[in-house]
Design a protein around this ligand. Structure first.
Ligand code: PEP
Ligand code: MN
Length: 292
């Protein structure tokens, strides 16, 4: 299996032919985000708004999700929007508000970095840097992030094959950053019933192929609030190391991704649904976990 995708040795590149992301035996990497381990025995839930909108919105959300069991606060300050007329994020002010909210709730924070130019400032504020789906193959960004050593949440590109996704991760490891968490967030297929198609088989496959932790984003994968809880449970059952979920105090008023944002009550339901022993129940025997 590993040989079918392993990066091929190329003359003159210094590549020994060995893939750094490939799994060897039972080896599993644990990535620490602040004091939170991703890839260990417990599934980790990251939650928060799609975009940071105001101090009140992000602080309220941070405390609500923390009280309900989330370990890491997510929130976008730099937003990759399809239309240039849509809200583009608060930028540095958003980073400040997210940091303040995380500190106030006692949570590390994860946020997207879209451009090489913003890497330093995002590193100054964030505990984990997200490479968004649309930037998965922004190789200049990956090379710069590799030099930071900060934990990276590498989202799968909407049309990326597993091989391309793992090759993007390889850029980070090759550049010196081993703190990589992969994130399946749905891909484009012929079916447009949902925002994307959640590829849970890829989660099982990638867990088999690499030693890196893999989390699932059921919010962007579906775009539909009512089925996020079911997809979250399925993700944990198949062996994902965690989830990243969008939560907003008033989703109908959200400046981005309202239709897929959970209310605090919805999030409470989701967390209750994860409290039964699901962890890896359908994972491959050698890869299964004891319990949540
Ligand atoms: C997000 O996390 O808000 C986001 C834009 O994600 P993706 O890159 O997966 O679309
Ligand atoms: Mn979003």
């Amino acid at each position: 299996m590993l040989d079918t995708w392993a990066i091929k040795k190329t003359e003159g590149t210094g590549n020994s032919g060995k893939s750094l992301v490939a799994r060897r035996g039972d080896e599993r990497t644990v990535v620490w985000v602040g004091d939170v381990p991703i890839g260990g025995d417990d599934a980790v839930v990251m939650a928060g708004p799609c975009s940071v909108e105001s101090r009140d919105q992000v602080t309220q959300t941070a405390h609500a999700v923390k009280d309900l069991g989330a370990a890491i606060l997510r929130g976008g300050a730099y937003k990759p929007r399809t239309s240039p007329y849509d809200f583009q994020g608060l930028g540095v002010e958003g980073l400040r508000l997210l940091r303040e909210a995380g500190d106030s709730a006692g949570m590390p924070i994860a946020t997207e970095v879209m451009s090489e130019d913003d890497v330093i400032v995002v590193c100054d504020y964030a505990d984990m840097l997200q490479v968004g789906a649309r930037n998965m193959q922004n190789f200049a960004l990956l090379k710069k992030l590799a030099r930071t050593r900060k934990p990276i949440l590498l989202k799968r590109g909407p049309s990326a094959t597993v091989k391309e996704w793992l090759s993007a991760a390889e850029y980070l490891l090759h550049g010196g950053n081993e703190n990589v968490v992969l994130c399946e967030r749905g891909i484009k297929t012929f079916d447009n019933s949902l925002r994307n198609t959640l590829d849970l088989a890829a989660v099982a496959l990638v867990k088999e192929m690499t030693h890196l932790p893999v989390v699932v984003d059921p919010s962007h994968a579906t775009g539909k609030r009512s089925i996020i809880g079911q997809c979250a449970r399925a993700a944990i059952a198949i062996g994902a190391d965690g989830l990243i979920v969008e939560v907003h105090p008033e989703p109908e008023k959200a400046w981005s991704d309202g239709a897929q944002s959970l209310t605090f009550e919805n999030f409470e339901e989701l967390m209750k649904g994860l409290s039964v022993p699901l962890r890896g129940v359908v994972a491959q025997p050698g890869l299964a976990y004891s319990c949540m």
